[in-house]
Write a protein that binds this ligand. Structure first.
Ligand code: SAM
Ligand code: SF4
Length: 342
């Protein structure tokens, strides 16, 4: 196994393809109060036992090691649905002293009651998933009739100052692709950026098909036809040294930006700076990775920070150049998006 190189004289974590790793995504639960069709089935998911989940203390410890040793710059809390885990503000209180870009991805339905408490606890910003503004389509996609509460969640996030608020929209052909322009207009009216995401083969049911993917360029063309776009600098948001993978465009009239995450048609693996921990403490170097490193075992066997760091370093030494969606050698990971942490 190749040892990842350290940049001379610095404490940066560099993978075998010379990419600096500096973005940690922590999944804190595999459970969810929605059942989005592109993510999980209505019934039959095998949930992890509570005792299997990393505690907030364990998650914060891994995060601290990454920030202290290698100057990680961003931490994103995700799931499953992170807001279904009890006492969530406590986790952000533990992460806030690390003073990095602290974000969360959520379906937004619990934000009306939680947004202010999370902001006070140290959460900086949120991505809220909303795939349709049509109540019936929203209900079909999420299998929950909760559009109004998600809309209230967006307002609550803005009100709590969780800026920038961004909206995540998974676009699926024949399902919600006709709403792309409407969703972009909604984002403009609210003053929030929309990030359209290509549908990836990470649904638990294995129903993904290439035909369901609406390519990023098609999405941007549809928006551009109504709201003319111009190229935007690659990074927007609070941490300019931490570019997001979205292909970004700016509205020519100056009213905000829009992005597409072209994971399928134009993978951004060359610039990937991410690693992930699943809710039960498996360290993954790619969404589509086939191997995992058990950090929970290191933690619960009394491992020191040095041993934790060594396990992470060794895992990063296996980070591959990129995934192979659409190629003959692509192998679907055994886990779905909700079990990995999107
Ligand atoms: N429950 C939260 C939410 O929905 O925002 C956080 C976890 S979710 C797994 C993270 C993101 O992954 C969401 O924006 C969701 O829409 C996206 N996602 C889930 N399954 C996907 C798939 N098969 N392809 C593309 N994006 C997907
Ligand atoms: Fe839950 Fe998020 Fe998956 Fe939807 S995408 S089922 S909200 S984890």
């Amino acid at each position: 196994m190749a040892e990842p190189a350290r940049e001379h004289g610095s404490e940066q974590l560099i993978d075998p393809f010379a990419r600096r790793v500096k973005d940690l995504r922590i999944s804190i639960t595999d459970r969810c109060n929605f059942r989005c069709t592109y993510c999980m089935p209505e019934e039959g998911m095998q949930w992890m036992n509570r005792s299997e989940l990393l505690t907030y203390e364990e998650q914060a410890r891994i995060a601290r090691v990454c920030v202290e040793r290698w100057e990680f710059q961003a931490i994103r809390v995700t799931g499953g649905e992170p807001t279904v885990r009890a006492h969530l503000p406590r986790l952000f209180e533990m992460l806030a002293p690390l003073a990095v870009d602290l974000a969360m991805t959520t379906n937004g339905v619990r934000l009306p009651e939680l947004a202010h408490r999370l902001a006070e606890a140290g959460l900086g910003r949120v991505n809220i998933s909303i795939d349709s503004l049509n109540r019936e389509t929203f209900r079909e996609l999420t299998r929950r009739d909760e559009l109004d509460r998600v809309l209230a969640g967006i307002d609550a996030a803005l009100d709590a100052g969780l800026t920038p608020v961004k909206l995540n929209v998974v676009v699926i052909r024949g399902v919600n692709d006709h709403e792309v322009v409407e969703l972009a207009a909604f984002g403009r009216a609210k003053g929030v950026g929309v990030r359209f995401i290509e549908f990836m083969p990470l649904d638990a049911q294995g129903e993904w098909t290439r035909e369901g993917v609406v390519p990023a360029h098609e999405i941007l063309d549809a928006v551009d036809a109504v709201f003319p776009l111009e190229p935007a600098p690659r990074s927007s948001g609070p941490a300019s040294s931490h570019p997001e993978p979205a292909r970004l465009a700016r509205y020519a009239d100056g009213i905000g930006d829009v992005g597409v995450i072209p994971s399928v048609t134009e993978p951004f693996c060359d610039d990937c700076d991410r690693v992930r921990i699943t809710a039960e403490g498996k360290f993954r170097t790619c969404l589509f990775a086939l191997d995992e490193t058990d950090l929970r075992a290191v933690l619960r066997d009394g491992g020191t920070d040095d041993e934790l760091a060594a396990a992470i370093t060794a895992a990063v030494g296996t980070k591959w150049a990129g995934h192979h969606i659409g190629k003959v050698d692509f192998i679907r990971p055994a886990r779905s998006m909700s079990q990995i942490g999107g």
